[in-house]
Ligand binder design. Sequence first.
Ligand code: CO
Ligand code: CO
Length: 319
Amino acid sequence: MGPADLEDIISSIQPRYGNSVLVGPGDDAGVYLINGIAIVETVDVITPVVNDPFTFGAISAINSISDVYAMGGKPVSALAIAGFSSCDYDVDVFKEILRGAIHSLRRAGAFLIGGHSFEDPELKFGLSVTGVVDKNKILKVSGATEGDIIIITKPVGIGILTTSLKAGKLNEDDIKTAIDWMLTINDKASALALAAEATSCTDITGFGLLGHAYNMVRNSDIDFVIKYDSIPVLEHVDKMISSGMIPEGAYNNLKFLNGKVEFSDRLTEDERLLLSDPQTSGGLLLTLKQEKIKIFQDSDIFFSIIGSVVKGSGKIIVQ
Ligand code: CO
Ligand code: CO
């Protein structure tokens, strides 16, 4: 989940938790201590982002387990959640979606152990995921400190490309790189974040890079300074933005961020929208001490240093 949504409402109407709740609403996942074992719990459901049902199921599963990795945990089991309209229902399509999800879960060492479906005019699929985490090494959304550097582990623009696919402006071959990124599990990035003692961590999903970055600084005495030119962007994205292929969610995210993000005057509306583009199965966004970056540099994982943490008042500055 993310800023100003369901989780905020839960916190407001249920302000207190027992000692067993290690992480409550407002982070990527909740963490609950049972007999000394920290259990990570999260749920995410999405609408199709690609036409192929197996690939959609595979992507949706990786998107759902990502919140466990964003906490520094490992997924162990999952339940499927599926919305579909019974008039359009095709059992073979459904089987392929589930096969894709099971394939992704196996890659992550987890099992699908059940599920629930409901009637919905628009196809939806996702997982409720249970994972485990070392209770002393939980990666939280807050905790970034002055002087830290900020890194991102996947390029952005996924929402713009899947919108272009739906509109028929691009085909699945054109967005092959984006599909490969959506199928990339955040397990290695999470392991490196733990090794590098990341001071804060989240994954970039529906609220876009800036929305999730804001979630890391809100109600704090730090600001994130992000350099636009250091943000990796997928191919075809620039062309698609100019032809108007911008998802509704990007506009909503940018509107929400009004007053919370200070943009350099040189950044165009399109560039601001790109940083607000909702991502499906996006990368991790994390902060770490400058000297720990060597751990990422010595690995073969993709990453980009996109800015740094300064003393401030809980806002994002984009230069
Ligand atoms: Co989430
Ligand atoms: Co998340």
